[in-house]
Design a protein around this ligand. Structure first.
Ligand SMILES: [Zn+2]
Length: 140
């Protein structure tokens, strides 16, 4: 069993679907971090078989909507003095503002003078979202 030191203060992203960790690691721009970070892949999990874990020795201001969108099963554990002080399960967001670009070239949100895009969850099972402006559907 591979061991990584427990972190004193920071954030542990747990229950990441195996194989998804690298995507989240990149999306959070952890490659350029100047504090200790760890990406653990294919860790054995009684609940999930295999999972990925990301440990961050820093208190980042994480975008929970984005994390829930990238991985609906992810759990976010905030650590202080080596103990979990709070745990959040973002889940699949009902509404996503400014994170998804609409693929419809005629959509008003493709005009950069327009404000951020806005999508609402249409189908939880298939992760399909609908553009609030033109109705274009996108599968995450
Ligand atoms: Zn649109």
């Amino acid at each position: 069993m591979l061991r990584v030191n427990a972190i004193n203060k920071g954030i542990v992203l747990d229950h990441i679907q195996a194989g998804n960790g690298i995507r989240i690691f990149e999306r959070l721009r952890l490659k350029g971090a100047d504090y200790p970070v760890a990406l653990l892949m294919n860790v054995e999990s009684t609940k999930m078989g295999r999972k990925d874990i990301i440990k961050i020795s820093d208190t980042l201001d994480l975008d929970l909507t984005m994390l829930g969108l990238l991985d609906p099963r992810i759990s976010v554990n905030y650590i202080e003095e080596s103990r979990v002080t709070s745990k959040v399960h973002p889940g699949l967001p009902e509404r996503v503002d400014g994170l998804i670009a609409c693929k419809n070239p005629r959509c008003i949100t493709t005009d950069e003078r327009h404000g951020p895009s806005s999508f609402t969850l249409l189908d939880k099972e298939t992760k399909v979202y609908k553009c609030s402006y033109c109705g274009e559907r996108v599968r995450m």
